[in-house]
Design a protein around this ligand. Structure first.
Ligand code: PDD
Length: 273
């Protein structure tokens, strides 16, 4: 198995990550996860665009081009013979003796690896754990600093839930590693793409599919009380695609069927990939 180590493809056991890497010290790095269908990375340009945006927002001087990233990605997929799976790409600000104050002269370090396709829960749906969003105020940046997310995910798993749905002071934001959509009277509801959520690539694809299919989409924040009377609910992400929620647990208790709008969007998404 091969990995990407500082933009070079090397055997996994020869890759060297430095103890001085700032993504270890401070979580000072950004990343992307891209799905691969039939040997082809899905929505690759959009992922690179977000990687550049995340870097820019953190003042990380990423000078590599989208083309170079694409070439490295394709080479790695080829080497590891990935047909259906995913690729992870991380940009660390750099490796220098530990210092909170970063320098703008740092040379970013790009690493990556391939992953197997995740097990789908799209047929049966998932239980979702409703809990507090304790993250920072720049959730729009796809940073490797994911403590609030992983704590929520563990809490959810301990309650036999696949995902945590988080709310900030009663306003629902998103999942620990996904975006949330509700369906009421045939209309889709999801949090707007502000600093409080990550604007998922899958989220954007689903909104686009819904618009084209004549399904109304409302990008507005909603309170957690509405979760218990949603007609349908689902999460979206690179790894879960369109996965229905059939139960809310924790601070909200409710069950819901996998409804027609969710099924329609699942089908439209499948057609796209
Ligand atoms: N997570 N919100 C959060 C907090 C996420 O971590 C993710 C993705 C999403 C969905 O984004 P996208 O549709 O672009 O995958 C929303 C990835 C898959 C991960 O960390 O593994």
């Amino acid at each position: 198995n091969y990995v990407l180590d500082n933009m070079k493809i090397v055997p996994e056991n020869t890759a060297v990550i430095q103890p001085n890497d700032r993504s270890y010290h401070f979580g000072d790095g950004v990343y992307e996860v891209v799905r691969v269908y039939n040997q082809k990375p899905f929505q690759l340009e959009a992922h690179w665009e977000r990687l550049f945006q995340s870097s820019k927002k953190l003042d990380i001087n990423l000078t590599v081009s989208a083309n170079e990233l694409t070439n490295a990605t394709n080479e790695l997929l080829e080497k590891n013979q990935v047909t259906d799976g995913a690729i992870y790409i991380q940009v660390s600000r750099g490796a220098t003796p530990r210092n909170h104050l970063y320098s703008r002269e740092e040379t970013p370090i790009i690493t990556g690896f391939t992953m197997n396709a995740p097990k789908s829960k799209q047929e049966e749906g998932i239980s979702a754990w409703v809990t507090d969003d304790m993250r920072w105020l720049r959730c729009d940046i796809k940073t490797v600093n994911l403590l609030g997310n992983i704590m929520a995910k563990r809490e959810a798993a301990d309650a036999d839930c696949f995902e945590a749905i988080m709310h900030r002071d009663g306003t629902v934001t998103e999942g620990s590693s996904s975006n949330l959509f509700l369906v009421n009277d045939g209309t889709l509801y999801t949090h707007p793409a502000t600093n409080l959520i990550l604007n998922g690539i899958t989220r954007q694809v689903v909104i686009d599919l819904a618009n084209k299919a004549g399904i109304q989409v409302v990008e507005e924040a909603f309170p957690k009380d509405v979760l218990d009377h949603a007609d349908e609910a689902f999460i979206t992400s690179t790894t879960s695609e369109v996965t229905p929620i059939v139960e809310f647990k924790g601070q909200v208790t409710a069950t819901m069927p996998i409804g027609p709008v969710t099924k329609k969007l699942q089908a439209l998404f499948k057609d796209l990939i």
